[in-house]
Design a protein around this ligand. Structure first.
Ligand SMILES: [Zn+2]
Length: 64
């Protein structure tokens, strides 16, 4: 089994999630699919459209 890590930390990922990612402008997003851990999944779920800042990027769940 390949070693996988959460995209946002070094924990074991919970699942693959479609996210939107941006730097400054939330209307200018990059859409990608990342593996994230349970902790970050919860954090993203809670933050909704505001997103979660991590390593210079904001992330939110979904492609809209
Ligand atoms: Zn994580």
């Amino acid at each position: 089994m390949p070693l996988q890590k959460c995209e946002l930390c070094s924990s074991q990922p919970l699942r693959e999630v479609a996210v939107s990612r941006w730097v400054n402008d939330p209307s200018d997003v990059e859409r990608l699919t990342i593996e994230i851990c349970a902790k970050h999944y919860q954090r993203l779920n809670k933050s909704g459209t505001k997103g979660v800042k991590q390593r210079g990027y904001y992330y939110r769940i979904g492609f809209w």
